[in-house]
Design a protein around this ligand. Structure first.
Ligand SMILES: *Cc1c(COP(=O)(O)O)cnc(C)c1O
Length: 232
C-alpha cells in the first residue's frame, strides 16, 4: 500500500474544500453535504486511516464479500454502507453486515432485505437506486418504475426508505452529469408529493462530478479515488 496517512489527510482537506466551494456557489451550507469515503478495493489499513482522521461516521463498500472480510479487521467505529449492486441471494448477508443499503433497485431485493431485517429483529435503512441518466451500463430502477418501487418499499415493515441514489453516466460532457442529478432531485420531489413520505437523502456525486451533484442538491457524495488515489 503506497498511501500514507498524511497524504490521505491532504486529500480529505482538498475534497472538503471542493465541497465547501460547491456549496458556496449553490448558496448551501456545507454541513448539509456528507462526505462518504468509498473504501472498495482498499485494504483495511485505509479504513483505519478514516477512523484515525476523525470527522467521518461511515464508509461505502460495493461488494458484500469484500466488506465481510474487511469489517472485522476495523472494529466498530464506523457505519458501513453498501453502494454496489445487490442480488437477492446476498440480501441476508448484506442486511447483517451493513447499516444502510444504497443500491436497492428491484422489488425482489426489497422483499428479501425486509425479511432478513425482520429475522434479525431490526429495521434496515435503504436508498432506492435510480438509473436517472438512463445509462444502459448502469444498474438502478428506471425513473418511471420508481413510484411503484417506492410504494412497495413503504409497505415493508422492516425497511426505512431514506432517499434516492444515482450514478451519473460516464461522459466528457459535464452537462450529462448535471442533468442526471437534476433529474434525480426532481424525481425525489415528485415522489414526496405523491407518496407523502419524506426522502431527505440524495446520494449523488463521486470524485469526478461531486461539484455538479452539490449544485443539484446532493446530500451525500461518495468519494473513492480523490481520497485514496486511483484504484489498481
Ligand atoms: C466506486 C464508487 C464510487 C466512488 O468513485 P470515485 O470515482 O472513485 O470517487 C461512488 N459510488 C459508487 C456506487 C461506486 O461504485
Amino acid at each position: 500500500m503506497s498511501l500514507t496517512f498524511s497524504a490521505f489527510s491532504e486529500h480529505v482537506a482538498e475534497v472538503r474544500a471542493r465541497i465547501a466551494e460547491a456549496c458556496a456557489r449553490a448558496g448551501r451550507n456545507s454541513a448539509e453535504v456528507q462526505l462518504l469515503p468509498v473504501t472498495k478495493t482498499q485494504p483495511a489499513e485505509v479504513v483505519h486511516f478514516v477512523v484515525q482522521h476523525g470527522g467521518f461516521t461511515a464508509v461505502g463498500e460495493n461488494r458484500v464479500q469484500e466488506a465481510e472480510e474487511k469489517r472485522p479487521l476495523v472494529g466498530g467505529a464506523l457505519r458501513w454502507e453498501l453502494i454496489g449492486h445487490l442480488q437477492s441471494n446476498k440480501a441476508r448477508q448484506a442486511a447483517a453486515l451493513f447499516e444502510r443499503i444504497q443500491s436497492v433497485d428491484r422489488a425482489k431485493v426489497l422483499v428479501a432485505l425486509d425479511r432478513a431485517a425482520g429475522e434479525q429483529g431490526r429495521r434496515l435503512a435503504v436508498l432506492l437506486q435510480i438509473n436517472a441518466g438512463q445509462d444502459p451500463a448502469k444498474f438502478g430502477a428506471e425513473p418511471e418504475d420508481a413510484p411503484a418501487l417506492l410504494e412497495q418499499a413503504l409497505q415493508l415493515p422492516h425497511l426505512v426508505v431514506e432517499g434516492l441514489m444515482t450514478i451519473a453516466p460516464l461522459s466528457d460532457d459535464p452537462a450529462v452529469a448535471q442533468r442526471t442529478f437534476a433529474r434525480l432531485r426532481e424525481l425525489r420531489d415528485a415522489l414526496e408529493r405523491r407518496c407523502g413520505h419524506s426522502l431527505p437523502e440524495l446520494s449523488m456525486g463521486m470524485s469526478g462530478d461531486l461539484d455538479a451533484a452539490i449544485a443539484e442538491g446532493s446530500t451525500l457524495v461518495r468519494v473513492g479515488s480523490a481520497l485514496f488515489g486511483a484504484r489498481g
